[in-house]
Ligand binder design. Structure first.
Ligand code: FEO
Ligand code: CA
Ligand code: CA
Length: 528
């Protein structure tokens, strides 16, 4: 990283970073020393490679049986959340999202061909999420407790009620959850799973320039056999991992939600940050009426030029009253409402994490190719008074992707227990310009202190066509749970596979959750 990028980055990483910057000239800051490993370069290999002193083991992969009812782990594992089951830290529940089903692997059809009903059923079963009871055998070494009563699948076929005071498209329940990308975790022990690209599954009512809504069918053709209303998808779903009970939180609005990140306002109210991962879509904040649930509250959209969170409450916005009849309609058409009140279009806001050292809100802006932004950036929001309940904020770009910084297309983020920032990339179209020099998608760490503070250090490379997702640390910092998602995704057929990870040989590729551990991980996560 050159000194200017580094200085920008150090501004957000807290007092320790600033102290180092003040006392160290740039030429010394730029030196890399004391790392217990050599950072990785780019890789085109069909392998999960990690820097020296990191090791990995597979926890679970697609189609493996998870319980005595023979339910199986879903496809394309994504977001991961961890909930300790007891004070020993040895038993825990993991929630793992299953984002989408690739028909080539799941149902044996070409993506463009119309499916049979059975093929759609197979695809519906492969998405949603898994609740897993896991046990630590030794630091960094975890396995599934196979006969645990907690192990369950939530899928595209599970009946899920809406948490709202009136029906949605005439129903109080939806069938299934789909497009489960990233998510969040609440202090009351529930997980949030976000329905991102629901339109591929159940289509979308798109607002035309004259204000009418026109239905566009989804690319997967599920509605050929299951014509469920699109309004039933695009929500944040709250999951109780101990019971498996789920609810669709209409309060958080309906968009292609990437994630739902919890914060606590200074007055104690629950706050959720969420963004829509699409070109020129917006960043949102929800302030709950309560300190212990997300059932009702007020939604806001970010206007970066004014530094204001703008209310999406129909009672406060006359412009919304002209277009929508009720608050429920606003919730359903949230992206259109956001534009009407002046939400700032962004370059694909994906993951959002709160810096535990400073309270600042860090957002991945992955890219915006039609606007010529191929490499993305990290955006920082600083709430007024450092209060997530505030209506005002300042914002700045912290770090931009590109050849100089060594990464492109930031997607998932995670702070470790010491406050170091971990980041994964999602370069769809990797191995073609302008992404060729970056190799496969990767895992990076950006330390907050020490001689490497502010540097972007590559510690992992993914197999061919895969991306890493779901950065999740065990509370003791000794394990990094990580999803390896969609290896071999560009395989045109089972006869022409681009990846054979993780089993090798001629095996078909399988998404899997891995546990990363080792002294190099602990160098960052356990600190001095
Ligand atoms: Fe599912 Fe925006 O990544
Ligand atoms: Ca993502
Ligand atoms: Ca992504």
């Amino acid at each position: 990283m050159n000194p200017i990028h580094r200085r920008q980055f150090l501004k957000f990483i807290g007092a320790s970073g600033i102290a180092i910057l003040a006392g160290w000239p740039d030429k010394i800051l730029a030196q890399s020393s004391a790392l217990p490993f050599t950072p990785l370069g780019s890789s085109p290999e069909d392998a999960l490679t990690l820097a020296q002193g990191f090791s990995w083991q597979k926890l679970i992969a697609w189609e493996e049986v998870i319980n005595t009812q023979s339910e199986t782990f879903g496809f394309n594992n994504d977001y991961i959340a961890f909930l300790p089951l007891d004070s020993s830290g040895k038993d825990a529940l993991l929630w793992v999202n299953h984002e989408y089903a690739d028909p080539v692997f799941v149902s044996g059809r070409n993506k463009k061909d119309p499916p049979t009903q059975m093929q759609v059923m197979l695809e519906q079963y492969a998405v949603g999420g898994s609740i897993l009871h896991i046990r630590q055998n030794a630091p960094g070494d975890w396995s599934l407790v196979k006969d645990s009563q907690y192990n369950k699948r939530i899928s595209g076929r599970t009946e899920i009620p809406f948490a709202w005071h009136e029906p949605i498209a005439g129903a109080s329940k939806a069938i299934g959850t789909v497009g489960n990308c990233a998510g969040g975790k609440t202090p009351w022990g529930t997980f949030l799973t976000c329905e991102e690209n629901y339109d591929a599954h159940y289509g979308e009512n798109v607002r035309t320039q004259d204000g009418k809504y026109v239905y566009q069918p989804g690319s997967l053709h599920w509605t050929d056999h299951y014509p469920y209303p699109t309004q039933h998808y695009g929500w944040v779903v709250e999951v109780n991992p101990k019971t498996g009970a789920c609810r669709k939180l209409v309060s958080l609005g309906r968009i292609a939600h990437e994630c739902a990140t919890f914060a606590r306002a200074k007055n104690g109210k629950a706050v959720i940050y969420t963004g829509e991962d699409a070109n020129d879509e917006c960043l949102y904040k929800f302030i709950s009426d309560s300190d212990q649930n997300l059932d009702t509250g007020e939604l806001f959209v970010a206007n970066l030029e004014k530094g204001e969170w703008i209310s999406l409450d129909i009672r406060r916005q006359t412009e919304l009253k002209k277009v929508f009849g009720t608050q429920t309609e606003v919730q359903i058409h949230l992206r259109d409402a956001a534009k009407i009140v002046g939400g700032t279009p962004l370059d694909r806001p994906e993951d959002i994490e709160i810096n535990p050292l400073t309270g600042e809100v860090i957002i991945s802006l992955t890219n915006n190719k039609p606007k010529g932004n191929y490499f993305g950036a990290l955006l920082k929001i600083q709430e007024e008074g450092n209060d997530p309940g505030s209506r005002k904020f300042t914002s700045e770009i912290l770090l931009t992707g590109g050849k100089e910084t060594g990464f492109a297309c930031p997607d998932n983020l995670g702070f470790d227990p010491q406050g170091n920032l971990w980041m994964t990339s999602d370069m769809a179209g990797m191995h073609k310009e302008p992404y060729q020099t970056f190799g496969n998608n990767s895992l990076f760490v950006i330390p907050v202190k020490g001689p490497q503070a502010g540097q972007v250090i590559r510690v992992g490379n993914a197999p061919i066509d895969a991306e890493f997702t779901g950065i999740c640390f065990s509370p003791d910092g000794k394990t990094l749970f990580l999803s390896v998602q969609h290896p071999g995704e560009n395989s045109p057929s089972l006869q022409e596979l681009t990846s054979h990870w993780p089993d090798g040989g001629n095996a078909i590729p399988r998404s899997a959750v891995v546990c990363i551990s080792g002294p190099s991980l602990e160098y960052f996560t356990l600190g001095d």
